[in-house]
Design a protein around this ligand. Structure first.
Ligand code: GSH
Length: 104
């Protein structure tokens, strides 16, 4: 299994820095794929790896994990989710595990 951590910028994206640091401290072998944030092509490039459209994302070729906030209709963050996805075919992802908590 070959792991790739897809991240934004380690200086300005603490979401990206956190798993990168954890994996380094744990001594895990992984490739790093950096995607420049806030460009016109950012979202499309992230979606190549992350079905949630966000970085960080850890991929092994067919599995990906994503986390993020859940918003109520007013836009207030009320919960968070963690999802594991499997790529069935290029660009087609299905959730194989989904966990939420009411901790935004
Ligand atoms: N709560 C998310 C936050 C992820 C997030 O907001 N990532 C930002 C960069 S810090 C991102 O992907 N921005 C690109 C975009 O939304 O197009 C997580 O746990 O991964």
């Amino acid at each position: 299994m070959s792991l790739t951590l897809v991240i934004g910028n380690k200086n300005y994206s603490s979401w990206s820095l956190r798993p990168w640091l954890a994996m380094k401290v744990l001594g895990l072998a992984f490739d790093e794929k950096r995607i420049p944030l806030d460009t016109p092509g950012t979202k499309q490039e992230i979606l190549r790896y992350s079905p949630a459209g966000k970085v960080p994302c850890l991929v092994d070729g067919s599995l990906a994990i994503s986390t993020g906030p859940v918003f109520d209709p007013s836009g207030k963050a009320v919960a968070s989710f963690t999802s594991v996805w499997r790529q069935e075919s290029p660009g087609v992802w299905h959730i194989v595990f989904d966990k939420g908590c009411n901790c935004p």
